[in-house]
Every structure is written in C-alpha cells, then in structure tokens.
Design a protein around this ligand. Structure first.
Ligand code: UDX
Ligand code: UDX
Ligand code: ADP
Length: 482
C-alpha cells in the first residue's frame, strides 16, 4: 500500500489530502500538523475550516484510509510521498520584509524530513513558493540526510483550489500541474504522482513541466487573476465618473472569447491569503533579478486594490455628509468571499478600519466568521493601503466601537448606513423594507459586491451606492457627490 503524508492541515492541505483519500481507497493518507488544536478539530465533528462538501468527504474517509495526527515524525518516516502544504506568509521583518515569502515553516519541515527519513522520498511542494525554492529544499534535504543512500525527488505540484469551492475544484480541476527534474529519476517521480491523480483526473488535464515553470505558473496564475479584478475595479471608478455601468462593461468584455467571462466582477477589492501575497512575492523576485519595470507593473495591481478599498470608505464618508463620527454603520459580511469563514486579507478589515478611523460605530454580521476573529482582525496591523506594513498597538477603544451581532436585522437596527462587504447569498433574501423601517433616515446602502437590486432599494427609500454604477439621483441633486 502506498503511503502518503500531508504536512500542514490548513485550507490547502486538509481538503486536498481528504480528496486524495476519497479518490484513492488503496492509498493510506496521513495529514499531520504541529498545531494540536487544528488536528483535534479535524478529528471532531466541527472541522477547523468551513468549506462546502468537506465534511461529507472527511466523514467518508476518516478512520478508513484518512487520518489526522500530530505525530509528524512517525508519518513522515512511514510515507513514500510527502505533500508539504505549510504556510508561506509574507516576511514581516528582515531582508525583503513586506514582499518576500517567509519560508521558515517550509525550511523547518524540510529539516525534519531529512532528520527522520530512512528511505527514499518524493517531496511535493503544494504551498506556493518563490521560483527556485525546490533547489533550496533539495540542498537542505541532501545536506542533512542521515545516509547518502537516501534519495529525494522534489516535485512542484501547486494547488489551484479556490476557497468556498475547494472540493469541487479538487474533484474536477481545470488542470493538475506537476513540475520535476527532467532527468530519469525526476521523470519517474512525476509518473508516480501522475498515477495518483489519474484515479480521477483525465490524463490530458495533467500537465508535466520543469520545476521552475510549475513554481512560476502558480505565482503567475494568481497575479493574472488579481490583475483582472484590479482592471475591472479601475474601470468601475471610471464608470462612476462617466455614467457607464461596470456590469454592462463586464458583460461586453466577457463575451469576447479572447477575454472570457470569469473574474470580471467589480468589487470593494480582492482579498484572501493568496493574491496579494503572491504578487508581492513576484514583485520581490523581479526586483531581485533587476527587472524593475516588471516589478512596477505588478505592483500597480495591488495599488489599485488598495485604492478601491480606500475609495469605498471615502464614498461612505462623503455620502453621509462628510462624517460618520458617532454614527452606527452596519457591516454585512466580513469573510473575504462567500462560503468561507476565512478572513485573511479580507477587504472588510481595511474598510472597517477606515470607518473606525472616522469614529464610526460598527455593527458587524457575518454568517460564518466568529466574533473573536473579527475583533482580532480589527485590533491588529495598520490599514493595508499604508504599505509598508507597520504594527499598531491594540486599542481598546477600537474594540468598543465594534459590535458583532447574530443577524442582518440586529446589525442594521438604528444604523445610518449599511455596507455589503461579502456576497453571501442570504443577503439577497433579507427583507429590506423591514431593514429600512428600523434605520435612521436618510438610510444609506453601500453595496460593495454589486449583489442587490438597486432599483428596488431606491423604491423603498434607500440612498444607494454600488460599485461602478451611476450614483443615486438624490445624491446628484444634492450636489454632495465628491
Ligand atoms: C485588435 C483587436 O483584437 C480587435 O478586437 C480590435 O477590433 C482591433 O484591435 P488587431 O490589432 O487587428 O485587432 O490584431 P490583434 O490580433 O489583436 O493583434 C494586435 C497585436 O498584438 C499584434 O501586434 C499581435 O502580434 C500582438 N499579439 C496578439 C501578441 O503579441 N500576442 C498575442 O497573444 C496576441
Ligand atoms: C485564489 C485563486 O482563484 C485560486 O486559483 C488560487 O489557488 C488561490 O487563490 P481564493 O483566494 O480562494 O482563490 O478565491 P478567489 O475566488 O480567487 O477570490 C479572491 C478574491 O477576489 C475574493 O476576495 C473575491 O471576492 C475577489 N473577486 C473574485 C472579485 O472581487 N471579483 C471577481 O470577479 C472574482
Ligand atoms: P494554507 O491556506 O496555505 O493551507 P494554513 O495556515 O491554513 O495555510 O495552513 C498551514 C498549516 O501548516 C498550519 O495549520 C500550520 O500549523 C502547519 N504547519 C506549519 N509548519 C509546520 C511544520 N513544520 N510541520 C507541520 N505542520 C506545520
């Protein structure tokens, strides 16, 4: 029986390993993590991450060919193939701070693998890493190994799943990318990994490349997707200034088969653990290679994203008579997108901090994010558009200005305005007449996800701002725009 060990039981490692176990009943999959609380959650009825369909997959395989453990060394020792899905955050201090990837977790995983291994291993990079990381990992493994007879093959097999649709993405991937050395041992390692995916992925979707192409493709993939969002968000600002409608522009663009329809939704800004981190990483690699123009090109994608968030805050404040001080504002949605409890780099953090900076009182509701997480997110780092990252002391007054509540009606009661920051489906079915009746007047809606029916809201009496659409007539007549 082939044995697989997955190091890192997070958003990537957990679902990926669970789907491999589901599709390969003849393979024993052990998922290990240094975090005891994460592993005990994976072994409980309340999984540590929310992901549609994940619970069903875990319930089918756990106790059969899927196990979760903190005994990292034992399972690494026993495995033939090791997937490494540890976190690679942006470095916060030292060389490359604010841009380069922090490979501390990766390096310590590699040193541990070298320490405990007594047989040949295929080591797979799952988490996104800078180009040529495989080379560094290979050095760590071969220079720390117990015996010259142990051979390591490093493969790059980046994960392309999106949170919220992870299980579907894993079951039916557009493509599986496997990068490896182009010598006979490397090609054999690629073949072994291909054989695992071939249990459920059609062969023509499994692409083999050299190591560096696979590593770079992952960074490029996220940079291109983020660039599309920043491009449409930049257009949304122009739409608001000219009377064009961004949704109509998106539709027209998407019908061009050269462009395609996906990732063209204007929004309050992109978030998530990958886009900003990977672009900063790309920028750092470009700068390190003397490619200043290329670095500057990609930096603009982040700058436009920061601009979109600050523009949203500016719009809220200017619309509400240039001050939100002492006003209650309801925030509907805090996660970085719907169907996830993840708040990493969510635009909601920067928008809320911007409003708190103007002394607003926030009443926040998100169907999946806990109060502890929201308070933690809002009392840490400085706002994102203040690059480079700097730390602010925790402020107890910020905590007092923030109230986390259990539903949309409670959040909006007596509020002057409401902001939609995540496109949760349930916000479409809220009774906005009831919401309107219980809000202060004039009642403002700021739809950061363009998900609500603007005309209906205006009929009810709301003053509405949505991204990239003509502004409410009332605001225009009052000449308080800009
Ligand atoms: C373009 C648009 O495609 C068309 O929709 C619009 O109506 C007019 O402008 P055109 O300029 O005729 O058409 O040619 P196009 O095929 O778009 O190529 C433009 C330039 O981009 C060429 O120099 C082409 O060589 C280059 N190109 C195109 C690339 O360098 N790489 C590509 O992948 C595609
Ligand atoms: C992304 C990539 O899609 C995935 O391929 C990669 O493996 C990891 O990073 P993820 O961050 O989970 O996945 O979510 P994604 O759906 O890409 O959304 C990222 C952010 O962009 C979210 O904040 C989302 O709301 C925003 N977004 C997305 C838009 O603002 N407009 C869009 O049209 C699409
Ligand atoms: P991602 O979104 O990339 O999956 P997460 O932060 O959700 O990132 O998950 C990464 C996981 O890797 C964390 O649960 C962390 O505890 C784990 N981890 C980090 N370093 C190691 C290590 N050396 N050995 C085992 N697990 C590790």
């Amino acid at each position: 029986m082939v044995k697989i060990c997955g190091i890192g039981a997070g958003y990537v490692g957990g679902p990926t390993m669970a789907v491999i176990a589901l599709k390969c009943p003849s393979i024993e999959v052990a998922v290990v993590d240094i975090s005891h609380s994460r592993i005990s959650a994976w072994n409980s009825n309340k999984l540590p991450i929310y992901e549609p369909g994940l619970e069903e997959v875990v319930n089918q395989c756990r106790g059969k060919n899927l196990l979760f453990s903190t005994d990292v060394e034992k399972h690494v020792y026993e495995a033939d193939i090791i997937f490494v899905s540890v976190n690679t955050p942006t470095k916060v201090r030292g060389l490359g701070a604010g841009k380069a990837a922090d490979l501390t977790y990766w390096e310590s995983a590699a040193r541990m693998i070298a320490d405990v291994s007594k047989s040949n291993k295929i080591v797979i990079e799952k988490s996104t890493v800078p180009v040529r990381t495989a080379e560094a990992i290979e050095k760590i493994l071969t220079h720390n190994t117990n015996s010259k007879d142990i051979k390591y093959q490093i493969l790059s097999n980046p994960e392309f799943l999106s949170e919220g649709t992870a299980i579907q993405d894993l079951l039916n991937p557009d493509r599986v990318l496997i990068g490896g050395n182009q010598d006979p041992e490397g090609i054999e390692a690629i073949r072994k990994l291909k054989a695992i995916y071939a249990h459920w992925v059609p062969e023509d979707r499994i692409i083999a490349t050299n190591l560096w192409s696979a590593e770079l493709s992952k960074l490029a993939d996220n940079a291109f997707l983020a660039q599309r969002i920043s491009s449409i968000n930049a257009m949304s600002a122009l739409c608001e200034a000219t009377g064009a409608e961004v949704s109509q522009v998106s539709l027209a663009l998407g019908k061009n088969t050269k462009i395609g329809p996906k990732f063209l939704n204007a929004s309050v800004g992109f978030g998530g653990s990958c886009f900003q981190k990977d672009i900063l990483n790309l920028v750092y690699i470009c700068e390190s290679n003397g490619l200043t123009e290329v670095a500057n090109y990609w930096k603009e994608v982040i700058k436009v994203n920061d601009y979109q968030k600050s523009r949203f805050v500016h719009r809220v404040v200017t619309s509400m008579f240039n001050t939100v001080s002492g006003k209650k504002i309801a925030i509907l949605g805090f996660a970085f997108k719907k169907d996830t409890s993840d708040t990493r780099k969510t635009p909601a953090i920067d928008v809320c901090k911007g409003l708190l900076g103007d002394n607003a009182f926030l009443s926040i509701y998100d169907p999946r994010v806990t109060e502890t997480q929201i308070q933690k997110d809002l009392s840490m780092d400085g706002v994102e558009w203040d690059h480079p990252i700097h730390l602010q002391p925790k402020s107890s007054s910020v905590v007092k200005q923030v109230n986390v509540v259990g539903d949309a009606y409670e959040a909006t009661r007596d509020a002057h305005g409401l902001c939609i920051l995540t496109e949760w489906d349930e916000f479409k079915t809220v009774d906005y007449e009831r919401v309107y009746d219980n809000m202060e007047k004039p009642a403002f809606v700021f739809d950061g996800r363009n998900m609500l029916n603007v005309d209906k809201l205006r009929e009810i009496g709301f003053i509405v701002y949505s991204i990239g659409r003509p502004l409410d007539q009332w605001l225009k007549n009052m000449k308080i725009v800009n």
